[in-house]
Write a protein that binds this ligand. Structure first.
Ligand code: ATP
Ligand code: MG
Ligand code: MG
Length: 395
């Protein structure tokens, strides 16, 4: 049978491996961490860093096709692999997603097709560009061009003085200043695209963040206003097509107040891989985002996925293990397991834990998917789950 390889051993790699194994594929993970979630369950784990030539040679030699689960894997490593085996997504596509400046330029080009633009922004790589920033970009958010995630590497600024100080604080690295927009909500769209250009777009996901980290994803008819949802899907397909993308891509959007009593859609950023907001697909869709990644990599068909249930996903961060019912445990140094038996007693709940050996605040430990016959049932169950776990209630 075919052997599929993945660069990176985190939870996204683990769930890719699980989907690949369910379809009978042999799996190989490259990750330096001996206890990486994906490395622990793959058929073979190459325990080395992304730039080790021997490790890359072994991965290419063992695998028929290779993907990535980590968006900051060096593009050069993907190019090395691609000289020997099919690699999806390509190094060029991953490189665009790794750099907010290139990403925004790509989005602006696609806006000519889809009509969905990025937030007004300016590139700041030099002191001259800093000085030349237009006043209408303030208040804004200064974001490092590379390596930011979960809101890290960004500083909110109101004045030019704050902007200058923020750029110093970020180490004068290449940045993008984005105008602060009046967000009504946030959403994201997954697309899977095959090497033959076949495109499968998933339902639109409505996302709620707490402290810059995804907390809740909801997917059902009307979770995102229907006209905006259709535009978000069309924009996502345009972004994937225009890149010649192969694999699973997730694009994040803002729903903003258009100042005329309505809403508009703004494209934020993309991830060249399955995405936290797409985990609901494991229990609510006929093809999960991870199976879609397997299919794209293996050259299998990608019919449009169907959600067979309304769904809600709750992210499970390490904080829960220190305050399992919302109350900080007395001996709070020692992590304790949250009340899973009570949670799983509720119909329509599916627990996914990533097999991480230790819980830390802010660490993504797992997620819980909730499905049900109706949206009211799903939200009712979610309210009970959130109470049991001591998490903030739904809006
Ligand atoms: P991720 O973990 O999703 O990769 P990230 O660190 O790359 O996140 P962004 O998605 O760019 O960062 O921003 C994080 C959050 O900050 C957004 O989800 C949104 O809530 C808020 N935000 C970002 N840009 C803007 C903006 N221009 N106007 C208003 N809010 C914004
Ligand atoms: Mg990001
Ligand atoms: Mg984001």
């Amino acid at each position: 049978s075919m052997t599929l390889g993945v660069m990176g051993g985190g939870q996204l790699g683990r769930m890719f491996v699980q989907a690949a194994q369910a379809m009978g594929y042999v799996t190989v993970v490259l990750d330096a961490d001996p206890a990486s979630p994906a490395g622990l369950i793959a058929h073979h784990h190459i325990r080395t860093g992304y730039e080790d030539p021997q490790g890359l040679a072994e991965l290419a030699q063992r695998c028929d096709a290779i993907t990535t689960e980590f968006e900051n894997v060096p593009a050069a490593a993907l190019r090395t692999l691609a000289a020997q085996r099919p690699v999806a997504p390509s190094a060029d596509c991953v490189a665009v997603a790794q750099d907010r400046i290139a990403e925004k330029a790509h989005f602006s080009q696609c806006a000519a097709i889809s009509g969905v633009h990025p937030a007004p922004n300016a590139t700041i790589e030099t002191a001259g560009q800093l000085a030349a920033v237009a006043d209408n970009l303030l208040p804004g958010i200064l974001k490092t061009a590379r390596l930011g995630y979960d809101g890290k590497g960004q500083i909110r600024v109101k004045t030019r003085a704050e902007l200058a100080a923020a750029w110093e604080q970020l180490g004068r690295v290449a940045c993008v200043l984005e105008k602060m927009l009046p967000l009504q909500s946030e959403c994201s769209v997954l697309v899977a695209r095959g090497a033959d250009g076949q495109v499968a777009v998933f339902p639109v996901q409505n996302n709620t963040h707490h402290d810059g980290i995804l907390a809740i994803t909801e997917v059902h008819e009307g979770a995102v206003p229907v006209d905006l949802a259709a535009r978000a899907q069309a924009s996502t397909v345009a972004i994937a097509n225009h890149l010649g993308y192969v694999g699973v891509l997730c694009v994040e959007y803002f729903v903003v107040d258009n100042g005329r009593g309505g809403s508009d859609l703004v494209v934020n950023e993309m991830a060249p891989r399955p995405h936290n907001s797409g985990h609901y697909t494991q229990n609510a869709c006929d093809v999960s985002q991870f199976e879609a990644q397997v299919r794209a990599l293996a050259g299998l068909p990608l019919p449009t996925p169907r959600a067979h249930s309304p769904a809600l996903m709750v992210n499970l961060l390490g904080d829960l293990w220190f305050q399992p019912n919302g109350v900080r445990a007395e001996a709070s140094e020692q992590p304790v397991s949250p009340p899973w038996a009570q949670v799983l007693a509720l119909p329509g709940t599916n627990l996914h834990l990533y097999g991480k050996l230790s819980a830390r605040p802010g660490r993504k430990m797992g997620h819980l998917n909730i499905t049900g016959a109706t949206l009211a049932k799903v939200r009712g169950t979610a309210a009970q789950v959130l109470t049991l776990l001591g998490l903030p209630a739904l809006d």
